[in-house]
Design a protein around this ligand. Structure first.
Ligand code: NAI
Length: 464
């Protein structure tokens, strides 16, 4: 009889929660406990109303919670009990100090690592799941080694997470690949095979790939940089399309048929958002600069610059179309999440666009099917976005898109929620000020239908 393998995941966020819930779901023989210092978050994970919205997540959590999946704020106890520890804490961009605005803030990661070093009374395999700059595993090792002895050893693995929010469960159940980075010492290889055996419960062996620690860490930054670069590339082309009469969707389709390019991730938009793309590129920029590679840094930085430019350009187009002023005009904002099928608003393009609209003294009426109102308040009253006074004066939030659009001059589609494709736009048109405008920042609605109704329509990447 061998006792159940025990996994502890530190950080019950968008990554730790879904990824370890899927491990529990697929590995009934493993006990998984997800811990967090944020007690409120743990309470929510233990309730009927999970703190993260992802299609399919509820079913998985409800199927295993209380059996082999647990959520706890007793961080120390579960660290000490575990054989494998995932570190899945947040690594945001530093706000101040050295590398501010670019480098990752590794304070949470370090404090979690120190916690492991302090409370562990038996050997552990520590797995870096958070996205981190190259060589972070080395710092973790230094902290852990300083606390190891003949009886306790720590092995460190890098196992970056490639899930995309909105499709997290599907990505976790059917990953393109699982990457495990380790030292190539016998101990490193042994640790790697323990983690691989967890994934082998459901991931085909050939999809579980290995690399050295630094390749593994860099692969995550590189993958996000390449993905974001594709979006900035198509967005840069959308500007040319709008100026010439080419249609960005037709251009993307024609290019995507080239098997070397491929069709995915070539959708023009108001710009990428989310907690990862910008942060990880800036991290890569910082890394390049610290390696004395300024040309490489400038190359990747341009991806972020283009993303900001896209949001400014979209705002200018709106203002220009609305007769060069949006002061005191009413704008309905359709969507606040950074993409569809998530309630996450981190770095959402909606925040930047609304910041610009408020600076012009427009009134905004927001509808999003999943983002809680308190989150919208938090995001828009950030001192970098708007004052509380301005927010109270100019912003309203609605539970229904039809209400949000009533009495407005324009609808701005910011998030590509499917429901925006099938709204009764005839009804909406009837209750708007005329001329009524739609600015489709995601190119999701049928603009011919809208035009027939009477709307004036502008679509990103089209000269209509
Ligand atoms: P998150 O902010 O949703 O969750 C992190 C959690 O860690 C928070 O609940 C926080 O309270 C907790 N935490 C921080 N320090 C702790 C400590 N010392 N002990 C216990 N708990 C602690 O962050 P998210 O989005 O889950 O991201 C986690 C990491 O995964 C980041 O490095 C991110 O870059 C990476 N990542 C995120 C993806 C995403 O789509 N959100 C995708 C792939 C990677």
């Amino acid at each position: 009889f061998s006792p159940k393998l025990k996994i502890c995941c530190i950080g019950a966020g968008y990554v730790g929660g879904p990824s370890c819930a899927v491990i529990a779901y697929k590995c009934p023989d493993i006990q998984v406990t997800i811990v967090d210092i944020n007690e409120q978050r743990i309470k929510e994970w233990n309730s009927d109303n999970l703190p993260v919205y992802e299609p399919g997540l509820d079913e998985i959590v409800f199927a295993c919670r209380g059996k082999n999946l647990f959520f706890s704020s007793d961080v120390d106890f579960h660290i000490n009990e575990a054989d494998l520890i995932f570190v899945s804490v947040n690594t945001p961009t530093k706000k101040s100090g050295l590398g501010a605005g670019f480098a990752s803030d590794l304070a949470y990661l370090e404090s979690a690592t120190r916690r492991i070093a302090k409370v562990a009374t038996s050997s552990k395999i520590v797995i870096e799941k958070s996205t981190v700059p190259c060589k972070t595993a080395e710092s973790m090792r230094a902290i852990l080694d300083a606390n190891s002895n003949d009886l306790i050893r720590f092995d460190i693995l890098s196992n970056p997470e490639f899930l995309a929010e909105g499709t997290a469960i599907n990505d976790l159940l059917h990953p393109d690949r699982v990457l495990i980075g380790s030292l190539t010492t016998p101990e490193g290889i042994r640790a790697r095979s323990v983690l691989a055996s967890v994934y082998e419960h459901w991931v085909p062996k050939e999809k579980i790939i290995t690399a050295n620690l630094w390749s593994s860490e860099l692969s995550k930054l590189a993958a996000n940089a390449l993905l974001a670069q594709r979006i900035s590339s198509i967005n840069s082309l959308s500007a040319i399309c709008e100026a010439t009469g080419a249609d960005v969707d037709e251009v993307a389709f024609a290019c995507g048929l080239d098997s070397r390019i491929g069709p995915k991730f070539l959708k023009a938009s108001v710009g990428f958002g989310g907690s990862c793309f910008q942060k990880d590129i800036l991290n890569l920029v910082y890394l390049s600069e610290s390696l004395n590679l300024p040309e490489v840094a400038a190359y990747w930085n341009q991806v972020v610059i283009m993303n900001e430019y896209q949001k400014e350009r979209f705002t200018s187009r709106i203002i220009k179309s609305l007769f060069n002023t949006i002061t005191n005009k009413n704008l309905a904002i359709f969507g606040f999440a950074f993409k569809k099928n998530t309630g996450d608003t981190r770095e959402s393009a909606a925040i930047t666009l609304i910041k610009y609209f408020l600076r012009e003294n427009a009134n905004v009426r927001i509808y999003d099917p999943k983002v809680p109102k308190e989150q919208i308040v938090r995001d828009l009253t950030d001192p970098e976005v708007a004052s509380v006074e301005k927010f109270n004066q100019r912003v309203q939030m609605f539970d229904c898109p039809y209400e949000a659009a009533k009495g407005t001059d324009a609808i701005v589609i910011v998030t590509e929620w499917d429901e925006f494709k099938v709204l009764d736009y005839q009804k909406i048109y009837g209750e708007m000020n005329k001329p009524a405008f739609v600015f489709d920042g995601r190119s999701i609605v049928d603009y011919n239908v809208l035009k027939k109704i009477g709307f004036k329509v502008s679509v990103v990447g089209k000269a209509i």
